[in-house]
Design a protein around this ligand. Sequence first.
Ligand SMILES: NC(=O)c1ccc[n+]([C@@H]2O[C@H](COP(=O)([O-])OP(=O)(O)OC[C@H]3O[C@@H](n4cnc5c(N)ncnc54)[C@H](OP(=O)(O)O)[C@@H]3O)[C@@H](O)[C@H]2O)c1
Length: 390
Amino acid sequence: MAGGMTQATTHSLDETHLRELLTELGEQARRFRFEAAPNPCVGAAVVAHGQVIGRGYHQFWGGAHAEIEAFAEAERSGVDPAHWDTLVVTLEPCSSTGKTPPCVDAILARGIKRVVVGALDPDPRHRGAGLRLLQDAGVEVEFVPNAAPLERLAPHFLRWTDVDRVRRPRPWTIAKWAQTRSGQLSPPANIGAGRWISGPQSLKEVHVLRGRVDAIVTGVTTVLADDPRFSVRPPGDPARPPLRVILDSYLRTPVTGRLFEQPGPGESAGAIHVLCQGGANAARHIALSEAGAQVTGLHASEEDHVALRDVQEWLWTRGVRRVLLEAGPQLLSRYLEAGFVDQIRVYTGNVFGGRGESLAPWLATAKLEERGDREVGEDSVFEAFLPYAE
Ligand SMILES: NC(=O)c1ccc[n+]([C@@H]2O[C@H](COP(=O)([O-])OP(=O)(O)OC[C@H]3O[C@@H](n4cnc5c(N)ncnc54)[C@H](OP(=O)(O)O)[C@@H]3O)[C@@H](O)[C@H]2O)c1
């Protein structure tokens, strides 16, 4: 517990009610675990005269924090902010600027008199910092022990803030792929031109996901086979398109590909980075640079590809924190073997058969955590976190 903080006492809501409220907020917040990761699942509620007048959740990475969402709902309730007496939040409010401004400032700006939290930040660099700022400003701060433990609400966030990972940082990596019912990542040859494994609704979801990552990573064979653009289209948010990063040891990426086309109306596409082995063909380097790509030489792996550890470092030093890996089975397998995948999203389309290597054997033995399954149009989708494996 942060110094000087009191445990929950009886005010308009007693400890039993606070505990119940924190539990409920935590369970609701967990619905957004895959969208928010690596951020934690957080829920918040604004209380006026013993009544909850606004609830909010951190719904997606880069989006508003739970406190801000709860304030917005409380505003819509019409209750005069002068009567908002307590903010209940499952995790202590942030005090530093990340993708959004600090929540502590927003709390103080609204004149909230009392803040009740169910867990402290596990990161020693931030632990208790927000609460101290609130206390210094005269806000009454209470902690309800074990009411919203991160071990239950957001174990992935504990891995993200684990001391080893903080010491050897690498981006949070989401591997997404579409497979046929038999597990192949390429559809059967006779499926018909322009037909993909997954349906249009799944594709829309992928555009949303692309709008919420800092970079898309792929392998050169996917570029050669599919001529993708890796753009962001609505319903994805085109405001901040992710970098497009191609792992291409020998600079085989064609400059005539659709990657290099201007995005269409309402669409956006990030800068193109080609990561090759140091000393790769100079003429190709020049051609790709002239076409608009930035080319960087990295070390070679033992298998004579670009070394993935270098790729991870390269991404991190460019400020990339959340990556979408949209690759074929070769690169996906190398990433999975290296323990560099934190989260997976797998679409299984209504297609039988298929070509190429299957990831079904890997899936059959993989340890998947917190798995969630759902249907999207004719496809089924599942998401899961992978255990920390370094
Ligand atoms: N269903 C889906 O979700 C999906 C998604 C993407 C692609 N695909 C399909 O997958 C097929 C392509 O499969 P793929 O497995 O060959 O493509 P990939 O995994 O995207 O690309 C593989 C290539 O990446 C390069 N690479 C660079 N560094 C690497 C490293 N450290 N480890 C491994 N590879 C590295 C390698 O070539 P160099 O070493 O020469 O650079 C390698 O040939 C296509 O038919 C495509 O349609 C399906």
